[in-house]
Design a protein around this ligand. Structure first.
Ligand code: MN
Ligand code: MN
Length: 321
């Protein structure tokens, strides 16, 4: 762990205005401007795995733009996420928009390259296809991973048009490959029509427990936090956050919107509790700016990233929610 004194934070907004200056996430230093980092932000501008609206390839740039207002102190988690640890922006991984398998290979190699100088990753996508290569790398580093997957959709379907690797299939492939801990993984925010009852049966066999969006009315975000903690424990945990877990009112800029989702406040409150989990990495995917208005989706994604980065920061036990 780098020390607080040597950590380089965002460009000072009292000297360089927020609408100018670096275009990195939260105006943080680039990875090549620091010796090593505790958390790297890496963009994966890939959306050739989508089944409906395209456009998440523009997600990384959009989320970075919407992150310019993020400030140093997180009062709810009581951490300074950019001072208590080094955070840096690793830029984007270049990946082939015409060949999914080639792109998967490039993401795999790109992520490994970033992890040479970073302990943890927060990846901004990109469509949900990118979770598969990320989980492969996480599994290699940490063994079986507890996945906490926020999404309107299960993403455990088998194939689309015969294609096994798409944005609707990463968690089935991850389960089949033995990457995830089947006793400790879950989906949060699932809703909307499915293809059949079988989808839920298959999903359970693949190792996921479900908190549906409709469950939130009764259990509230605190109930969701309790259930996640009980399921995940202190296992190495990866958070995969499809922005469509939010209601379209809070995240219109996405490829497969479904009515009746979480509010931003519910999601952020859940993420704020993750300082108590053993987080090894996270992604935020499916932000498609062409359908966004007034940066609503971008701001939600940037704040979700901020809470995840804060949850990764070293802190005194019990000093947070
Ligand atoms: Mn989804
Ligand atoms: Mn998804």
């Amino acid at each position: 762990m780098t020390t607080t004194k040597t950590n380089r934070g965002p460009t000072d907004a009292t000297v360089v205005p927020r609408y100018g200056g670096p275009s990195t996430f939260a105006r943080l230093p680039r990875l090549d401007e620091v010796e090593r980092t505790d958390v790297a932000i890496v963009g994966v501008p890939f959306d050739s795995g989508v089944s409906y609206r395209p456009g998440a390839r523009f997600g990384p740039a959009h989320i970075r733009t919407s992150s310019k207002l993020l400030r140093n102190y997180n009062p709810v988690q009581d951490v300074e996420p950019f001072a208590d640890q080094q955070v840096a922006d690793a830029g984007d991984i270049a990946c082939n928009p015409f060949d999914i398998q080639d792109a998967i290979k490039q993401i795999d190699e790109g992520v490994r390259g970033v992890l040479d100088t970073s302990s943890k990753l927060v990846t901004i996508g990109g469509d949900h296809t990118i979770a598969l290569p990320l989980l492969r790398v996480m599994h290699e580093m940490h063994g079986e991973i507890a996945v906490v997957h926020f999404d309107a959709h299960l993403d455990t379907w088998d194939t689309y048009f015969g294609a096994p690797v798409t944005h609707g299939t990463p968690f089935r492939r991850a389960s089949e490959e033995g990457l995830i801990d089947k006793t400790a993984s879950m989906h949060v925010g699932i809703r909307g029509p499915l293809y059949s009852r079988q989808d839920l049966t298959d999903d359970q066999v693949l190792g996921f427990q479900v908190i549906g969006a409709h469950d939130m009315d009764d259990m509230g975000w605190r109930g969701a936090v309790e259930q996640i903690r009980a399921r995940v424990g202190d296992r190495p945990t990866y958070v995969s956050l499809d922005i469509d877990v939010l209601d379209p009112a809070f995240a219109p800029g996405t490829g497969t919107p479904e009515a009746g989702g979480l509010t931003s406040r519910e999601l952020l409150n859940i993420l704020r509790s993750f300082g108590q989990l053993n987080l090894v990495g996270a992604d935020i995917v499916e932000v498609a700016p062409a359908y966004d208005h007034a940066e609503i989706t971008g701001v939600a994604a940037a704040h979700a990233a901020y809470e995840l980065i804060s949850a990764m920061a070293p802190k005194e036990a019990g000093a947070h929610v």
